[in-house]
Design a protein around this ligand. Structure first.
Ligand code: CUA
Length: 305
């Protein structure tokens, strides 16, 4: 999660201001430090030395050290204000609209125009502007993917916006950056920037109806449909819960539990046995599944691609 390797227009705008502020402070630091060192050496106390000339009420000096900081602030303020306005401005008309919901402690991503809903792994196409609208149902979170742009708070009842154009395909880590409770530190996310055709394929895969499972996965589906799972999770064509992440294409995600674990049979099984043990405070309770039941359910969930 590097803040100094920008991979979007927004991140580069911030880096530009960051560079100006950094170099301005480096120059100021050198000038002040150098002057201090010179004064310490030049006017140090020597045995028998007379008191150096004393300066009081020097109008020119006072004007100079009032104007100099004002000029420094001006040099920093002009590009800063420019970038603030540019990154808050109207988004491109062809921008891909995505709604981001921060939840304790995971992320929901909805693509209203594509009719896709996913969690924790945000896919966006490279080279196309995306316009995020951030909101949430519980407490304040903050959406932060350093290589793609600055943080933006996710405030319940208030729509915040964040727009950027990712430059090239890649995977970028993000993190909730506003303390939001027990598992704030475990509220990660990933942004996967796809080439445009790969993004189209991803969308098509998200919209496809999952194939009817067989074998162990079919057992898992039976467990899913008769358990409390259906009350909180949506799997298209199977259940319609909305409290937890949409699992329709759960198996297509690389990570589990807001990016803290790899998405494998072992980790999903362990998660299903006891979610709060892996993510403290997780709203999903232990369901009292046996090892075999948890494994069957994990196999089913991972088959959803
Ligand atoms: Cu969500 Cu911190």
């Amino acid at each position: 999660m590097s803040t100094v390797v920008g991979r979007s227009d927004f991140a580069r705008d911030i880096l530009y201001v960051y560079g100006i502020v950094t170099w301005a402070t480096v120059v100021i630091g050198l000038v002040v430090g150098g002057a201090l060192a010179w004064v310490l050496v030049r006017f140090r106390d020597r045995p028998g030395a007379p008191l150096p000339a004393q300066t009081r009420g020097h109008t020119l000096l006072e004007i100079a050290w009032t104007i100099a900081p004002a000029l420094v602030l001006l040099v920093i303020a002009i590009p800063t204000i420019h970038v603030i306005f540019r990154t808050q401005g109207a988004v491109a008309r062809d921008a891909l609209q995505i709604r981001v919901l921060g939840r304790q402690w995971w992320w929901e991503f909805r693509y209203p125009t594509l009719e896709v809903v996913t969690a924790n792994e945000l896919h966006v196409p490279a080279g196309r502007p995306v316009a995020l609208t951030l909101d949430g149902p519980d407490v304040i979170h903050s959406f932060w993917v350093p290589q793609l742009g600055g943080k933006r708070d996710v405030v319940p009842g208030r729509l915040n916006r964040l727009a950027f154009t990712a430059e090239s395909p890649g995977e970028y880590r993000g993190q909730c950056a506003e303390f939001c409770g027990t598992s704030h530190a475990n509220m990660g996310l990933r942004v996967i920037v796809d080439a445009p055709d790969a993004f189209e394929r991803w969308v098509a895969a998200q919209k496809a109806t999952p194939a009817e499972p067989a074998g162990l996965a079919a057992e898992g589906k039976a467990i899913f449909t008769r358990s409390a799972c259906v009350g909180c999770h949506t799997i298209r064509g199977v259940s319609t819960g909305t409290l937890g992440p949409d699992l329709t294409t759960f198996g297509s995600r690389g990570t589990l539990a807001a990016g803290i674990l790899p998405n494998t049979v072992e980790t999903v099984t362990a998660w299903l046995k006891n979610p709060p043990a892996l993510k403290p405070g997780a709203k999903m309770p232990a369901l009292g599944l046996t090892d075999d039941q948890a494994r069957a359910l994990a196999t089913y969930l991972l088959s959803l691609k």
